[in-house]
Design a protein around this ligand. Structure first.
Ligand SMILES: [Zn+2]
Length: 279
């Protein structure tokens, strides 16, 4: 998607970041994918033999280069967490593929980057308690289902109650919001729950899905946030984690405003806020 190229371009252009601030992730191996996804699903992906129905659920014809891209993005999310463990925060310019399940993809998601990164951390004993803070407008259904019985991963999803997916999975904490929800209600709900979750879970890693499809200008969002409200959301999450010394890795997630400039600006704001708070 074009926005994923425009985000770093914008940040470089305005001088918020330099080339040195970026890293190129390694390629995720099959073994690493299999910590999260089923062998049958991986085999279907690699042989490009998903059924038409399975492809329809994903939303586009699955090509080899898109799967390849997913490997780098997912590894990018894992490596972001490793950087965050050193520096406090690190952001993926893409990712947030939370509609991908163990054995199938959905909603434009093939591989689940948060789940893959979390399972790698657990397997390598680099984290023992992980929190997913999913503030994309769509429920993190794939992530919720993948970690349904995994007590080391707590899934929190705040999302539009009437938005996709119609059939929601059960996260450890779901915070459904009404259509048209504006800045105040959104931020109040977040403030009511996030500190408590952080204190009771006491995670050693937080994955934050900062989708900007919560904006009023979003074609699919149904909520009514302003760009300032969206920025305050990011700021709040970062401050809560920073003040508790918990590393945060961010993935961009959704954003479908009519004007691409709004999308890129709102995603770039997440980087700008992080820069402001961590440097
Ligand atoms: Zn979304």
């Amino acid at each position: 998607m074009i926005k994923y190229e425009l985000i770093p371009e914008q940040l470089l252009y305005e001088g918020s970041l330099t080339e040195d601030n970026f890293f190129h992730p390694a390629r995720l191996s099959d073994e690493e994918i299999l910590l999260t996804h089923s062998a049958e699903y991986l085999q279907k992906l690699m042989s490009l033999s998903l059924s038409r129905k399975e492809e329809r659920n994903i939303g586009f014809p699955v090509r080899a280069d898109l799967i390849e891209r997913g490997r780098y993005i997912s590894m990018g999310t894992y490596q972001c967490m490793k950087f965050a463990m050193e520096h406090g925060v690190a952001l993926n310019v893409a990712g947030g593929t939370h509609h991908s399940f163990r054995s199938h993809g959905e909603g434009f998601c093939i591989l689940n980057d948060f789940a893959i990164a979390a399972n790698l951390l657990l397997q390598r004993k680099e984290a023992s308690k992980i929190l997913m803070v999913d503030l994309d407008v769509h429920q993190g259904n794939g992530t919720a289902k993948i970690f349904e019985h995994e007590s080391r991963v707590f899934t929190m999803s705040m999302h539009g109650a009437r938005n996709y997916p119609t059939r929601k999975e059960q996260s450890d904490l779901d915070l459904p919001l009404p259509d048209g929800c504006e800045d105040d209600l959104f931020l109040d709900t977040l403030k009511q729950h996030l500190p408590q979750v952080l204190d009771s879970i006491n995670p050693d890693a937080v994955f934050y899905l900062a989708g900007v499809d919560v904006l009023a200008t979003d074609k699919l969002g149904r909520l009514g946030l302003t760009k300032t409200g969206c920025q305050q959301r990011d700021q709040y999450v970062f401050v809560q984690c920073r003040d508790r010394n918990i590393p945060v890795a961010v993935s961009m997630g959704g954003g479908y405003s009519h004007d691409i400039k709004d999308i890129v600006d709102a995603h770039a704001n997440t980087f700008r806020v992080a820069l402001d708070l961590y440097t």
